[in-house]
Design a protein around this ligand. Structure first.
Ligand code: URA
Length: 254
């Protein structure tokens, strides 16, 4: 990889700023002072540039507890995005893995690994996502859980894959843990509305994504790097072929 790309990817500046600065002031690569920004590096050596030490990481993963009021996007001209919340020095090619609505909180993965993100979101890999859902007034019922388990029709043309609903996980029947394997636009909100009885989502938080649970030490807006074990577990669920499509969330084959 070229030295200027290495530094630009890591967020040290724009390619042209970096080129200019290296030509003028140089950068230290290993023991050598380099003045050619186009020099090809051998692997990912440590680089000292403008007095700071840079170490390239090909792939990075963060878990964020997304707060309400922030967009799940890489950039937006007007509104704050989840990437604006990452305060540390960061790679320039990060993006959120899928989207949570602006008013949804909870577990959001952020990475620069396009291939893995694509697989994690691909319907054929059936990665489970669990949400804590609260409705305004009417409690959830076992009948509602049965409708979700069947696969509820929630739009003129859309029927959800079978989903799991656990009512009152903390004692309040207006709350439920709902696990889905899809991620269509406003899916949980539409599924809850389709239950009828005036049910509407008043609060939504994603509490797990595949094998990962939201770290309870992260306040809304906080984030941390995934550990090596967490990355391994995440990638393991989308390695190889897709899961057997005929097995639904309730363990039944159809
Ligand atoms: N379903 C929704 O309706 N909204 C989200 O943000 C995520 C799932």
């Amino acid at each position: 990889m070229r030295l200027d790309k290495y530094l630009a990817d890591m967020g040290a500046g724009t390619r042209s700023e970096i080129r200019k600065s290296i030509r003028k002031n140089g950068a230290m690569v290993g023991e050598q002072m380099i003045f050619d920004p186009g020099v090809l590096l051998d692997g990912f050596p440590e680089v000292i540039y403008q007095g700071e030490t840079w170490q390239y990481e090909p792939v990075v993963w963060y878990m964020m507890n997304k707060p309400s009021g922030v967009l799940s996007a890489s950039e937006d001209r007007k509104q704050r995005t989840v990437l604006d919340l990452i305060a540390e020095r960061k790679r320039t090619d990060l993006f959120p893995v899928g989207r949570l609505d602006k008013d949804t909180e909870g577990l959001l993965l952020i990475t620069n690994d396009g291939e893995a993100a694509h697989r994690l979101l691909a319907p054929k890999f059936h990665v489970d996502k669990t949400y804590l859902v609260r409705t305004g007034v009417n409690a959830f019922t076992e009948e509602n859980a049965a409708s979700f388990a069947e696969g509820i029709r929630y739009d003129k043309t859309l029927t959800a894959l079978p989903a799991k609903m656990r009512i009152a996980p903390f004692g309040d029947p207006r709350e439920a843990l709902v696990t889905i394997r899809e991620g269509k636009f406003h899916q949980i909100k539409k599924m809850v509305a389709a239950l009828g009885g005036g049910r509407e989502v008043s609060y939504l938080r994603r509490v797990s994504f595949g094998p990962l649970s939201l770290d309870s030490t992260l306040a809304p807006g906080e984030y941390r790097r995934l550990t090596g074990k967490e990355i391994e577990a995440l990638l393991a669920c989308v390695q190889g072929g897709a899961k057997d499509k005929r097995e639904d969330l309730n363990g039944r084959r159809n």
